[in-house]
Design a protein around this ligand. Structure first.
Ligand code: E4P
Length: 243
């Protein structure tokens, strides 16, 4: 399963990249607006950090305008993926760009037939928004499952990118279903390596280690007791080995 980070924040992208397991980045107009950065400059900076797919979304609503808007984005770096909405004009633009060999991520996917259509148009990625479906009392993961079945039935190579991930359980479910990729907020990426028992266990190991070190420095090996070989009160002497 590939792991993308869902952010336009350079600091978060650097920290996730430093973990050594980051495969790509998704941005969207809301995430870019939050950063207050120039869109093209920010994409250029992101592409210097991450060599895997970096999704850049257009905001036009017609085929021709989407293509015109995509052109300068495509020139930013070879790993730019053009992100288009799952509407009919987006579908047409997906076909045009995919036929040219340009990778497309079809976003705002909320039902499996959108995923079927964009796969037929040659999309590189489809982004079903799991969390936003859950937000309105739907079952976002059910859509991922349905798309997985449809793509496997027909051998579509479009990758399912589980998007709008809100928490670690979404990740367990997406990975279990077999989503090819998940795009994840930085906070959830951090949570993916967290377990309270890991922290408790580590603290105990370190405390025991320190105890052992201080026992050694006092001249007695841990486990040998502190009585210089004499049996401790209440303990029997070990039996001599049989000849
Ligand atoms: C995906 O590419 C989108 O940017 C993203 O996952 C949307 O997530 P949200 O529903 O948390 O805004």
């Amino acid at each position: 399963m590939q792991l993308y980070i869902d952010t336009a924040n350079l600091n978060e992208i650097r920290q996730a990249a430093d973990m050594g397991v980051l495969d790509g980045v998704t941005t969207n107009p809301s995430l870019v607006a939050k950063e207050g950065a120039d869109f093209h400059t920010r994409l250029r900076d992101i592409c210097k950090i991450v060599k895997g797919p970096v999704s850049a979304e257009v905001v036009s609503l017609t085929h021709d305008e989407m293509i015109a808007e995509a052109e300068p984005l495509i020139d930013i770096a070879e790993n730019i993926v053009i992100k288009l909405p799952c509407i009919i004009e987006g579908l047409k633009a997906c076909k045009t760009l995919s036929d040219r060999g340009i990778k497309v991520n079809m976003t705002l996917c909320f039902q499996p037939l959108q995923a079927l259509m964009v796969a037929k148009a040659g999309a590189f990625l489809v982004s079903p928004f799991v969390g936003r479906v859950d937000d309105v009392a739907g079952d976002g993961m059910q859509i991922i499952q349905e798309i997985r079945t449809i793509y496997d039935n027909y051998g579509f190579t479009t990758k399912i990118l589980a998007a709008s991930i809100r928490h670690p359980l979404h990740m367990v479910q997406a990975a279990t279903i077999g989503a090819d990729v998940a795009t994840v907020p930085f906070s959830v990426i951090q949570q993916m390596m967290k377990h309270p028992l890991t922290d408790v266990g580590l603290q105990k190991f370190l405390a025991d280690w320190e105890k052992g070190k201080s026992a050694l420095s006092k001249g007695s090996a841990p486990g040998s007791g502190s009585s210089g070989g004499k049996p401790e009160p209440g303990k029997k002497s070990p039996k001599p080995a049989m000849a």
